[in-house]
Structure formats: structure tokens, C-alpha cells
Write a protein that binds this ligand. Structure first.
Ligand SMILES: CC(C)(COP(=O)(O)OP(=O)(O)OC[C@H]1O[C@@H](n2cnc3c(N)ncnc32)[C@H](O)[C@@H]1OP(=O)(O)O)[C@@H](O)C(=O)NCCC(=O)NCCS
Length: 141
């Protein structure tokens, strides 16, 4: 479905963790953007969100529910909006909403996908490490 035809389907008003314009080097054999490029940015955006909770090191343990609803094209401006969904003992689950402003029609913004990423806080030996509460962000709230 063309998400721009739904007036309720608008991008989040939050500042995106990442915003980038897609380049020809990001394309697949069909000339649209390679899904792996978007997945890499989702992973980065989730890491940025996790790190906003404090000075910890995170690795990605799981990336769920990724379904690409719209193609992304060269020149599209793609925004990765993040939201912390859950903070566990050693993990943080982040929702990443991906929206694209179309190069061919800048008035058109489409939802590309929503991903749920679980990041685990690790120590210097890559063992899961307890997240201290309140996190930096919670203590500033
Ligand atoms: C991430 C890693 C350190 C976790 O080790 P582990 O022995 O599975 O640790 P645990 O079983 O104690 O789980 C740690 C946390 O991750 C969560 N977790 C583990 N597997 C998960 C999964 N598939 N989905 C969601 N959460 C998961 C656990 O629920 C736990 O969360 P909590 O402490 O908040 O309750 C280990 O799996 C690892 O090193 N993976 C590779 C990470 C990596 O290199 N990522 C980049 C890939 S290129």
C-alpha cells in the first residue's frame, strides 16, 4: 500500500537518530536501494539510541520484524527514528521507524519499515553486563 495516501500515516515528529540521502553506490541490481544498506543503518540507529542511556558498549543480538513496505530509490532522504521500548537486565530493545522522503516528489513521505532491535550491553570480554539503573537518560528526565 502507498502509505502516503493515508493521512494518519505520518512520520514521527522526533529528531531522527540518522538521516541520509541514498546514493548510486547503495543500489542493488534493479537500481533500487539494497535492503542490507537500510538494515545497516537500522543497526547503527539502534546503537545510537542504546548509547543515549549511558557510557556502555552494545552489540546487536537480534533484529526482528523487518518487512520492507516500499522501495527506496537513489536520492531519497531516509530518516531513522528511534524509541526505547524496553530496558532489561543487560539488554535494551529499540524500535526503529524508517521513513523516506521521495527524491522524485519531495512532498511524498513513505514508511519503509519498522524494526525492533535488541542490543546487549557487554564488558571488555564481550560478556553481557548489567545495565545500571537509572540510566543516564532516565536520571536526566
Ligand atoms: C549478545 C551476547 C553477548 C549475548 O550472550 P548470551 O550468552 O546469549 O547472553 P544472555 O543469554 O545472558 O542474554 C543477554 C540478554 O540478551 C537477551 N537476548 C538473548 N538472545 C536474544 C534474542 N534472540 N532476542 C532478544 N533478546 C535476546 C536476553 O534476554 C538477555 O536480556 P536481559 O539481560 O535484558 O534479560 C552473545 O550472544 C553475542 O556475543 N552475540 C554476538 C553479538 C554480535 O557480535 N553482534 C553483531 C553481529 S555481526
Amino acid at each position: 500500500m502507498n502509505s502516503s495516501s493515508n493521512p494518519e500515516n505520518t512520520p514521527p515528529s522526533s529528531i531522527p537518530a540518522i538521516r541520509r540521502s541514498m546514493m548510486p553506490r547503495d543500489t542493488n541490481a534493479l537500481g533500487t536501494i539494497f535492503g542490507g544498506v537500510i538494515l545497516a543503518e537500522i543497526d547503527l540507529a539502534a546503537g545510537i539510541e542504546a548509547r543515549s542511556h549511558g557510557n556502555m558498549s552494545f552489540v546487536t543480538v537480534a533484529l526482528d520484524n523487518v518487512e520492507f513496505k516500499e522501495p527506496v530509490c537513489v536520492g531519497d532522504l531516509v530518516s531513522f527514528h528511534t524509541e526505547t521500548e524496553r530496558i532489561g537486565r543487560t539488554s535494551i530493545r529499540v524500535k526503529v521507524d524508517v521513513w523516506a522522503r521521495k527524491h522524485a516528489d519531495v512532498a511524498r513521505v513513505v514508511q519503509v519499515t519498522t524494526a525492533h532491535v535488541t542490543m546487549v550491553s557487554v564488558d571488555s570480554e564481550f560478556n553481557p553486563m548489567k545495565i545500571s539503573r537509572p540510566t543516564l537518560r532516565e536520571s536526566q528526565a
